[in-house]
Write a protein that binds this ligand. Structure first.
Ligand code: NAP
Ligand code: SF4
Length: 673
């Protein structure tokens, strides 16, 4: 039997049959806005070749006022249609299918021109939307229908009407954002008039032999969101209006509950989609934090949905489906749900790519080809930079030896995996071990090599990583001062009162570690739902418990400090920083900026505040998370011996050290060796 019988069952949509049950969900890559449609085509063609049944593009604006950002892409001109036709042709050539998402952002549009049912500003936007009048509403509906007709003209197999995540259509549905008293507001019948009218007009514009997916918010997670009865009523009405498939949306963008971050348990919301099964007769798709074929298969086998949507996993590995079909799931590069190179890039106005796969969105430029002449390559250091360089070099046919001083691969990733909510790093390390083995990289663990141990190699790649920075705070007798490595490796135990020096990524991680005990909520859905105050939407409107979040109490009192006066955590990931801050706040962690460290004593950490006042932060243990210094001893020795070497990752630049940059650098170097 095929390894995943439910996943590989075709799905009959009437006029077309999908080859399996996997949808690549919509992701904004930013490539369309660059205007390089060869690159857009290459991105989707590579994923079509990888066997996914149907892909949905990033959101295309139906008009200027509805675009997520000024200049958002859409099918506005004949030239746009011709450009998109190149993309759809490239997908067809690979045997794939693709639908275009139509995304009207409403009050989430980052522009002074934004429009909405009512002039209610969103907490995540600086702009107040203009209230639409009757003619304005008609224009929006007509523009969405026109976008659908143009999508068909451009050769798409369908459209997805974005009705969830708090965007325009969603804004009409709930009293939170719809205060109207005309036929578009008031009763639920009136509030759902716009989404229904949109679906009817889209269907009329595209004809019957065209896929129309409606993305429906099944759990809003904002105050005054939809009730479950309203969700079911809408789903039935959308089917009646002409949708061929329903896709699941989870939470509005302004919701204060994480919905896709790595700390969200896998398949955390498939139970919500399951509630809709049987209420409609068109196929239903589920989504959010499904990242392996095993999880996807279980979701389908348990009857949670007819089809599974995965988005970011297709950035991590374009061949996800083909590898699953071949029974090679352990060779799929896993999406660890970090958002660091995809969503964070989008919010920084950069092209979205992937932490574990820097080729994503760079298919035309970062090309890994067989080496002309195989070389003997030594890579020293099996952290993310070294592993990536070793794998890519070996993939190209080079003879690679990877030296690692520790007894296991992974470097700093081994510390990340210990932090509650970062368990996905275990899977990433498993993947690396599998691939190093498959690619026949010679792995020399527990081997510290010097310059003289590297004779006979054609190329030497130094990826020796970092060592923790010593902030040189005077320590008095009897004080307990440890580094984050001591804590995360279990070499040292922290006392009940802890001061953490340094509020960067690692200071936050260590605080998270110190304020948890027992099971990780990320691995136990019921704990996680309780922690974030999520309930069954048929019990509580919008899926929010009236009593709010209920985190497990912290076993320690923790104070997190930095010298900068800015808000601690300000520089964490754009889309995940708020989760780390909220999570620590819920655990009672105190956070201060603007301190000068004076000394550590048995009583705690003596600091001077910005206003000149002195204070002792009571602490039994002080944990140093003061950043990193590059570990370049080997590189300097090679230089002294006039032996050419490449240096990558933290050993190259420790400031701004992060694994995303390290992996990218490793892959790019190895692609040209
Ligand atoms: P970091 O983010 O650069 O933070 C270092 C912290 O140490 C800062 O808060 C800094 O704040 C403080 N510091 C620097 N020099 C100091 C000194 N001489 N004395 C006292 N304090 C000092 O570095 P990191 O926390 O080690 O993290 C390393 C990298 O790993 C990060 O850049 C990040 O990319 C990655 N990472 C990311 C995550 C994530 O959640 N995305 C998690 C873990 C790690 P002040 O200078 O204001 O005191
Ligand atoms: Fe997944 Fe992180 Fe890659 Fe985004 S950057 S696709 S979240 S692994």
């Amino acid at each position: 039997m095929a390894p995943y019988p439910n996943l590989f069952r075709p799905l009959d949509l009437g006029h077309v049959t999908l080859r399996n049950r996997v949808l690549m969900g919509s992701m904004h890559t930013g490539l369309e806005e660059l205007g390089d449609f060869d690159r857009v085509a290459a991105f989707y063609a590579e994923r079509a070749r990888g066997g996914v049944a149907l892909m949905v593009t990033g959101g295309m604006a139906p008009n200027r006022e509805g675009g997520v950002l000024p200049g958002a892409a859409g099918l506005f001109t004949e030239a746009d249609i011709a450009n998109h036709a190149r993309v759809t042709q490239a997908v067809r050539d690979e045997g794939g299918r693709i639908a275009m998402q139509i995304l009207h952002a409403g009050r989430y549009a980052y522009t002074t021109e934004c429009v909405a049912p009512s002039p209610v500003k969103s907490p995540i936007s600086p702009f107040s939307p203009a209230e639409l009048d009757e003619a304005g509403i008609e224009k929006q509906i007509a523009d969405i229908a026109t976008a659908a007709a143009r999508a068909r003209e451009a050769g798409y197999d369908g459209v997805e009407v974005m009705g969830s995540e708090g965007y325009f259509l969603n804004q009409f549905l709930v009293t939170h954002t719809n205060k109207r008293t005309d036929r578009w507001g008031g009763s639920y019948e009136n509030r759902m008039r716009l989404p229904i009218e949109v679906v009817q007009r889209v269907r009329a514009a595209v004809g019957t032999d065209f896929i129309v997916i409606y993305r429906l918010s099944m759990i809003d997670l904002v105050p005054n969101g939809s009730t479950w009865d309203e969700v079911v009523t809408l789903a039935r009405a959308v089917e009646e209006a002409g949708a061929s498939v329903l896709n699941t949306g989870i939470g509005w963008h302004e919701a204060r509950v994480p919905t896709i971050a790595t700390s969200v348990p896998r398949r955390a919301f498939t139970w919500v989609t399951k509630k809709l099964m049987g209420a409609v007769s068109i196929p239903v798709i589920t989504s959010n934090r499904i990242n392996t074929p095993e999880v996807a298969e279980a979701v389908l086998a348990e009857g949670c949905a007819d089809m599974v949507s995965m988005a970011r996993p297709f950035l991590a590995d374009a061949d996800f489906v083909a590898k699953a079909r071949a029974g090679e799931s352990e060779t799929i590069a896993p999406c660890i749900a970090c958002n660091q190179a995809c969503l964070d890039h989008t919010f920084e106005m950069k092209v979205a790519t992937c932490f574990v796969n820097p080729r994503a969105s760079h298919e035309t430029e970062l090309i890994v080809t067989p080496a002309e002449a195989p070389k003997r390559i030594a890579v020293v250091g099996a952290g993310p930079a070294g592993i990536s360089a070793a794998m890519t070099a070996a993939e190209r046919g080079h003879d690679v030896t990877l030296f690692e001083r520790a007894s296991e691969i992974g470097g700093q990733l081994n510390m990340a995996k210990i932090v509650p909510g970062k368990e996905e790093f275990f899977g990433l390390l498993d993947y690396y071990r599998t691939m190093l083995d498959r690619l026949a990289v010679r792995l020399e663990l527990s081997r510290e090599v010097g310059a003289d141990g590297l004779e006979g190699f054609d190329e030497i790649v130094v990826a020796t990583g970092v060592r923790p920075r010593d902030p040189e705070i005077p320590v008095e007798n009897g004080a307990h001062v440890v580094s984050y490595i001591d804590i995360l490796t279990g070499r040292e135990e922290a006392g009940e009162r802890v001061a953490v020096v340094g509020a960067g990524g690692i200071g936050f991680d260590v605080s998270e570690f110190l304020t948890h005990q027992g099971e990780s909520a990320s691995e136990h859905l019921h704990l996680w739902l309780e922690e974030w105050g999520v309930s069954d939407p048929s019990l509580h409107r919008s899926g929010l418990r009236p009593e709010g979040p209920k985190p497990a109490p912290s076993p320690r009192s923790v104070t997190l400090l930095q010298r900068k006066s800015e808000r601690p955590g300000k520089r964490l990931g754009k889309t995940t920083g708020w989760i780390h801050r909220s999570s620590l706040q819920m655990k009672g962690v105190k956070m201060f900026g603007g301190v000068t460290y004076e000394a550590v004593s048995k009583e705690g950490l003596r600091v001077t505040r910005q206003d000149g006042s002195r204070e002792v932060i009571p602490a039994d243990t002080v944990v140093l998370c003061a950043g990193q210094e590059p570990e370049r001893t080997l590189f300097e020795a090679l230089k002294a011996a006039e032996r050419p070497a490449h240096v990558i990752g933290g050993a190259d630049i420790a400031a701004e050290l992060d694994a995303k940059r390290a992996i990218n650098q490793g892959v790019r170097l190895a692609a040209r060796l």
